[in-house]
Design a protein around this ligand. Sequence first.
Ligand SMILES: NC(=O)c1ccc[n+]([C@@H]2O[C@H](COP(=O)([O-])OP(=O)(O)OC[C@H]3O[C@@H](n4cnc5c(N)ncnc54)[C@H](OP(=O)(O)O)[C@@H]3O)[C@@H](O)[C@H]2O)c1
Length: 225
Amino acid sequence: MEIGIVGTGRVARGLARRWIGCGWNVTFGSRDPEARRAELVDALAPAQDEEPDGGLEGSRRGEVRCRTIGECLTSAPIQLLALPWSAIETTMAGLRFVPATIVVDCINPLRRDLAGRDVPSDSSTLALLSGRYPEARWVKAFNCASSAVLEEPAFPQGRPSMPYCGNDADACRTAVRLIEGAGFEPIDCGGADAAPWLETVALLTIRMAIRNGWKGDCAVRWERR
Ligand SMILES: NC(=O)c1ccc[n+]([C@@H]2O[C@H](COP(=O)([O-])OP(=O)(O)OC[C@H]3O[C@@H](n4cnc5c(N)ncnc54)[C@H](OP(=O)(O)O)[C@@H]3O)[C@@H](O)[C@H]2O)c1
């Protein structure tokens, strides 16, 4: 699978690590790819114990590239938009998605004081982005775990849950593969109208983590019986 990731921050790196471990190729899109390239290679270099032969040769890890954001958008039919909400307008200025690209929105539009979301209460980043970029097929996922958990999702109790929602069936199927590949249990939340609630789950989780001193080492897991 070929995946573009717009952004090179914590979420981008954490998920890239999981996906290249699946043998999927990742192209990062950066405002400054020359400056980011070396640090990404360092950050994503496998630990010795991840490599059965102690090296890359013969392993099935995916390839990693770092390009401009414009190049990233044309590099793969699946894109993760991993930018801060406040940066979308300027960073994506003049850029469009290749028609029919599947785009995963992992964004939490949180207010600085964490007192709520920085979008109208009846809306979501998914609704606003799909309105602004109707050429893409949108799905929301990966906003309900911290970057630390996205990078390392192992918990003694089992896989953490990862809710997703969207109106495009192909995009949702792709999200399921990406979520499974990242080590989470996909939870189908239906159409894009659920996106504000996914953002609220993230907000509540962050608030609980701060209040109870969990740092990033907590995740949502819905138990059933
Ligand atoms: N952190 C979490 O635990 C977490 C969890 C779930 C979801 N999210 C969501 O995931 C998205 C990314 O979060 P993150 O924590 O990965 O952010 P981050 O570490 O701050 O990284 C964001 C990346 O976006 C790029 N960027 C482009 N324009 C930018 C601008 N004007 N200002 C700052 N960065 C800019 C930067 O890459 P270049 O410099 O290479 O262009 C930067 O590395 C956010 O929308 C966040 O709400 C975060």
